[in-house]
Design a protein around this ligand. Structure first.
Ligand code: ADP
Ligand code: MG
Length: 696
């Protein structure tokens, strides 16, 4: 056995690898392209492709693919082999610059929300030079963006990359204004914590709902849930540690710093966190991680559930997006430094963030939502659907003192006057007062956005964070532009911060985000509370949001409306599958089991007649009622469903589904659950919660 980290990055065509293998001018030209200073010319692309092919073939790769992220939330790839017949009839391996840079998958099989007219199905993939090429299962994977023939984004990667550019420009402006002229660009650092469930594969295979929808559509709670709190950080079962070991090895080979792993709160639930890296790469790596989790689980006789709410009654799964902004010389702009109260640039970035979130709360909420996440957001668990920001006591105190200083006095050197906070000599880097109920929390030197669903791509949430931050920073920079002396800039900046706190302090909240009082308090403060994903999607119509994205050149109006259509359609499709699956399982598994169990008891009753035990009599009565009620609930669901989807437009259908159909699904589910509670294993064969959650 080799040393633990020997293989690290062995399957990535890293910068080091490029430097080693490429002629100097080619390497430098690539570097310039990555830094957005020039574009790749044909000979350079050919040279890179050639070196890449040789490297990949040394590692055993036979195929290449343009790896992209269509708007399904997942990834797509079409494999082409390197092999071609050579001039002498012998096979040769070919991979040109053109094949590296541009691909043409059939766009018609991917959602486009009307961007792609049927007569022009073409879509192109283009190499994303900022994300490294890697090998998986003998395939050289080239991260790409996916655009239509007419140039509109058909994926979420292209807008993400554009948003990073917009943020970089805005953040650099502010940093330069504060005197640091050497900074030429900024990037985001993102660390994505990933939660997931593991269950035994045998159970997974026997449940149609898990296979088709990713979650159990019914199931009575296990006798034990998470009340003992004995799973969190508990010892990891042997099977699971073998699985994790392999996951880590796979990730390390791909250059992904999988760092922490632990049991989560719910039984069968786990978390994996990588070390943060630049945002675009972090998003790609998270997609790879989800894929590796799924596939490795299969190898170990397990199923990895990435759905936001696989089981009722216990916690669901999320993804935490740890977000910070860094300069090209490595300064973290959310880092408070030793004396945060005097670090005006830090306070400006904090205020810019507060303003950004309070200006676009619904957009932010929407960016973290999907059908699966409706079960978490707004339900009685991890993060509430109402957006608020938690800063922690230290930072909150500093900002409030700054704000009150403004009220109490005017004049020069105000910055010195907002003691006692300035006497704080340093910020303890471990925030002891973390608030786990906050959807957006400042955690030392980064913001943690905790609303994301576990199965989602992190591309859009980061695009939104970048866009709203870019706008906010640009507005601040506009106010500082033209001020000559640094001292005056600092004073003006303090003024700006005060105004921001004044206008946006309603978004700051450090209490319990799950409590009923907060819902009322938030309403009093006028903070929006959008219940469902489908309703949140309408924010893409909001002129303010359209203005945000178009002015920063991240999305065109057409792309935004296409996105809205895609999301609405996806919601409807996902829900159709859930309803059909629930009906199918009820008819094929549940009702027959109920009936068999009923006749068994009914026969016992008629054999024993008056002497029959009370238990048998009760069973007969209960089962008879349950069968009738279940059959009725099936009919009601079918009817309700038909009515809901008869609405003419997608949004109304979606809203009908959410408000009218999901309660009918809940009703049917409740009946099945109450049957499960009394069902005998003799007749009821679907895996139950107690088996799935406690047999790892
Ligand atoms: P917790 O579960 O307490 O939130 P974890 O250690 O599990 O903390 O995850 C923290 C995540 O935040 C990791 O992915 C880590 O790499 C990331 N992170 C740490 N510092 C930064 C930073 N400056 N910018 C972005 N992400 C960061
Ligand atoms: Mg976290």
């Amino acid at each position: 056995m080799g040393k633990p980290f020997e293989d690290f990055g062995s399957l990535v065509f890293s910068e080091q690898e490029m430097e080693d293998r490429l002629p100097r001018p080619v390497y430098q030209s690539w570097k310039k392209t990555v830094a957005n200073e020039s574009t790749l010319d044909r000979p350079t692309a050919d040279a890179i492709a050639h070196a890449m092919k040789l490297w990949a073939m040394e590692k055993g790769a036979t195929h290449f693919t343009h790896w992209f992220q269509p708007m399904t939330g997942g990834t797509a790839e079409k494999h082409d082999s390197f092999i071609e017949p050579g001039p002498a009839g012998n096979p040769i391996a070919r991979f040109s610059g053109k094949m590296l840079i541009k691909g043409e998958p059939d766009a018609s099989s991917f959602p486009s929300g009307g961007l792609r007219a049927t007569f022009e199905a073409r879509g192109y993939t283009y190499w994303d030079v900022t994300s490294p090429v890697f090998i998986r299962d003998n395939v050289l994977c080239i991260p790409t963006v996916f655009v239509s023939y007419t140039g509109e984004a058909l994926d979420r990667k292209e807008p993400l990359i554009k948003s990073i550019g917009a943020l970089s420009r805005a953040a650099t402006r502010v940093v330069n204004l504060f005197g640091d002229k050497d900074v030429k660009s900024c990037n985001i650092s993102v660390g994505l914590e990933q939660e997931y469930f593991l269950i035994d594969r045998r159970y997974f295979d026997r449940r149609l709902d898990l296979k088709l929808t990713g979650r159990t559509l019914f199931g009575a709670p296990a006798p034990k849930r998470q009340e003992l709190d004995d799973h969190y950080f508990g010892s990891i079962p042997t099977r699971v540690s073998a699985f994790m070991k392999e996951v880590n090895q796979e990730l390390w080979k791909l250059g992904i710093y999988a760092k922490t792993e632990h049991n989560e709160v719910a039984p069968g639930q786990f978390e994996l966190a990588p070390v943060f890296t630049n945002g675009n790469i972090a998003v790609d790596q998270n997609q790879i991680t989800m894929d590796i989790l799924r596939k490795t689980a299969e190898k170990h006789g397990l199923a990895c559930l990435l759905h936001e709410k696989p089981f009722e009654g216990i916690n669901g799964s999320g993804k935490h997006d740890n977000y910070s902004i860094v300069t090209d010389d490595g300064q973290n702009l959310f880092s408070p430094g030793e004396k945060p109260a005097e670090n005006i640039r830090f306070l400006v970035f904090m205020c810019a963030f507060i303003k950004a979130v309070d200006t676009y709360p619904v957009l932010l909420r929407m960016s973290a939502s999907d059908a699966g996440n409706d079960h978490r957001l707004g339900a009685n668990e991890a993060p509430p659907a109402i957006i608020s920001v938690y800063l922690g006591n230290y930072i909150e105190d500093i900002l409030y003192s700054l704000y009150q200083g403004h009220k109490s006095q005017k004049g020069k050197n105000e910055i010195r006057d907002f003691s006692p906070v300035t006497t704080l000599s340093y910020i303890p880097h471990d925030n002891t007062d973390r608030n786990r109920t906050s959807p957006v929390a400042f955690t030392g030197n980064k913001f943690e956005f905790r609303m994301l669903g576990s199965s989602m791509s992190a591309a859009f949430p980061n695009t939104v964070l970048n866009a709203i931050m870019a706008e906010s920073l640009n507005e601040i920079a506009n106010q500082l532009d033209g001020i000559k002396y640094l001292q005056d800039i600092r004073e003006k900046a303090i003024d700006i911060c005060r105004n921001i706190i004044h206008d946006h302090k309603r978004i700051l909240f450090s209490g319990d985000g799950y409590s009923e009082e907060w819902v009322k308090e938030a309403a009093r403060r006028g903070l929006p509370s959008v219940r469902s994903f489908i309703e949140s999607v309408q924010v893409l119509n909001d002129p303010k949001v359209v203005g945000l994205f178009t002015s920063l050149d991240i999305y065109s109006e057409k792309e935004l409306s296409a996105n809205r259509t895609i999301l609405e359609e996806r919601y409807e499709k996902k829900m159709v599958i859930e309803v059909r699956t629930l009906l199918e399982m009820t008819r094929k598994d549940v009702l027959p089991a109920m009936t068999a169990e009923f006749s068994f008891n009914a026969r016992a009753l008629s054999a024993a007649d008056a002497a029959a035990p009370k238990f048998v009599k009760d069973q007969v009565k209960k089962l008879s009622a349950l069968i009738d009620d279940t059959a009725k609930a099936v009919t009601a669901l079918e009817k309700g469903w038909q009515k809901a989807v008869s609405a003419p437009d997608c949004f109304s259908r979606g809203k009908n589904i959410y408000y009218d159909v999901t309660p009918l699904m809940q009703k049917l589910r409740a009946l099945i659950d109450s049957y499960e509670e009394i069902a005998s294993r003799e007749f009821y064969h679907l895996p139950m919660y107690e088996e799935m959650l406690f047999n790892l």
